[in-house]
Design a protein. Structure first.
Ligand code: NI
Length: 151
């Protein structure tokens, strides 16, 4: 198995605010990120897929296929938006970078399910600031998000 990681950039505004908490609790929890009018980030997104190298092409995945999926599922949806106000995804979900990782994973997973020897989505990593990055990764069996196997 070989992993391929490609980096993308998008910019978006957001406000971290939980409707279930009081004004004071929101300020305590999110600090400046609770600022009423929002603020912006230049997000750096790294998407990792893994798979077998095709004997014919010598590649794990055609980069143009990856680029098209990222453009259609992520950039067209989130770039230069206010995540809370402009996207269905974050209308009722706090647009933390943790949630952004998981939602982007969910959006991309059907494009790279890893069936029939094709590449599968492995990991979504987002750098929010110079100090923070977050990542979300499939479990080792490649099961879809949120499923848990009990023995
Ligand atoms: Ni922020």
């Amino acid at each position: 198995m070989v992993q391929l990681t490609r980096r993308y950039h998008f910019s978006a505004a957001h406000r971290l605010h939980c409707n279930f908490l009081s004004t004071e609790e929101n300020v305590r929890l999110y600090g400046k990120c609770n600022h009423a009018n929002g603020h912006g980030h230049d997000y750096e997104l790294e998407v990792t897929v893994e798979g077998c190298v095709s004997p014919a092409t010598g590649m794990v995945l055609d980069l143009s296929v990856l680029d098209a999926a990222i453009r259609e599922e992520v950039l067209d949806r989130f770039d230069h938006t206010h995540l809370n106000l402009d996207t269905e995804t974050f209308r009722n979900l706090p647009p933390t970078t943790e949630n952004l990782c998981m939602e982007i994973y969910k959006l991309l997973q059907p494009r790279f399910p890893g069936k029939n020897g094709d590449a599968r989505l492995k990991r979504v990593r987002i750098r929010e600031t110079r100090s923070n990055f977050f990542e979300y990764e499939a479990n080792e069996t490649g099961e879809s998000v949120g499923t848990r196997r009990s023995k």
